[in-house]
Write a protein that binds this ligand. Structure first.
Ligand SMILES: CC(C)(COP(=O)(O)OP(=O)(O)OC[C@H]1O[C@@H](n2cnc3c(N)ncnc32)[C@H](O)[C@@H]1OP(=O)(O)O)[C@@H](O)C(=O)NCCC(=O)NCCS
Length: 256
């Protein structure tokens, strides 16, 4: 689904970051625009081609993000984190018509990203060098991506992931189909638990997340909005899901 009548992916003239201007040009090229009420946008990109601009990207991070980036031991993790968060800030800057470095991106005590007073919800996922950013004009959003096949044996964690009914359905599948179905289920549950703001504090086996149906929040997320979850069309070797609160009716996907 695509929005219409949209503001082009432009940043305010006050932003002089080379990284920010390159990213906003890339967002324009993939038709990214600010979501209207009840709409969401998802951006999927590989962070690796942006690593040469890591120093410039780092200039957009807040003190919290810069501290977290500095704690990574491996350059790959540091650069992916830096580029992912700077890219996220540029996309938010475009949507909010704000300097990316000035976007007020905070976190709940559980780690959920928040944009106070904006009417926007946002979510981030990274797996390897791949990154997904989701921004919705509505109450809640959650995104999760994973590389497929998974490096972790999902068969071993099926009991943590699946409800009894889901486990029974999985047991009917052959090994190859089960691996894919388990990872798809994993991304759906993580996306929903992110939209609820609790993440893996809620055991995934305790919720069921059928695609398209309305999912009520568990008691641990009392007060969160019910949501629905959708599969994302990802590049080969990737799977992803998007959870949207029920006041967000549509989304568009932008591959940079
Ligand atoms: C949210 C969570 C499921 C994501 O795990 P993941 O698949 O390894 O990582 P992803 O890249 O897909 O997502 C990470 C992003 O989710 C977001 N996130 C973290 N906690 C979140 C929460 N409670 N709700 C919504 N989003 C959350 C953050 O933006 C984070 O990125 P950042 O830390 O780089 O800013 C996991 O971090 C979690 O459950 N956190 C909260 C509970 C917790 O700390 N549990 C301890 C381990 S059981």
């Amino acid at each position: 689904m695509r929005g219409d009548g949209m503001q082009a992916a432009m940043l305010p003239q006050t932003s002089f970051s080379r990284f920010a201007h390159r990213v906003s040009a890339a967002l324009r090229a993939c038709q990214f625009t600010a979501p209207s009420a009840g709409e969401a946008r998802v951006i999927v990109f590989d962070s690796a081609p942006w690593w040469p601009l890591r120093d410039d990207a780092a200039g957009l991070l807040c003190a919290y993000e810069a501290n977290r980036a500095a704690r990574f031991r491996h350059a790959l993790d540091h650069d992916t984190y830096t580029v992912a968060h700077a890219f996220w800030r540029v996309a938010l800057g475009v949507v909010m018509n704000a300097d990316p470095a000035e976007v007020e991106l905070t976190r709940s005590p559980n780690g959920q990203p928040l944009l106070p007073g904006s009417g926007l919800a946002t979510s981030l996922s990274h797996s390897g060098t791949m990154v997904a950013v989701a921004i919705g004009r509505g109450t809640a959003i959650g995104v999760d991506i994973e590389g497929f096949p998974s490096r972790t044996s999902l068969h071993d964690i099926a009991s943590v992931l699946c409800s009894r009914r889901e486990a029974e359905a999985m047991s009917m599948l052959d090994v190859g189909a089960r691996s894919r179905a388990l990872l798809e289920l994993w991304t759906r549950k993580e996306a929903v638990l992110k939209a609820f703001g609790v993440g893996l504090r809620v055991p995934p086996s305790t919720i069921e997340v059928d695609a398209g149906s309305t999912i009520e929040p568990p008691v641990e997320a009392a007060g969160a909005s019910a949501c629905r979850v959708f599969p994302l069309a990802m590049p080969v070797s990737w799977l992803g899901s998007l959870a949207l609160s029920c006041d967000i009716g549509g989304y568009s996907l932008h591959h940079v």
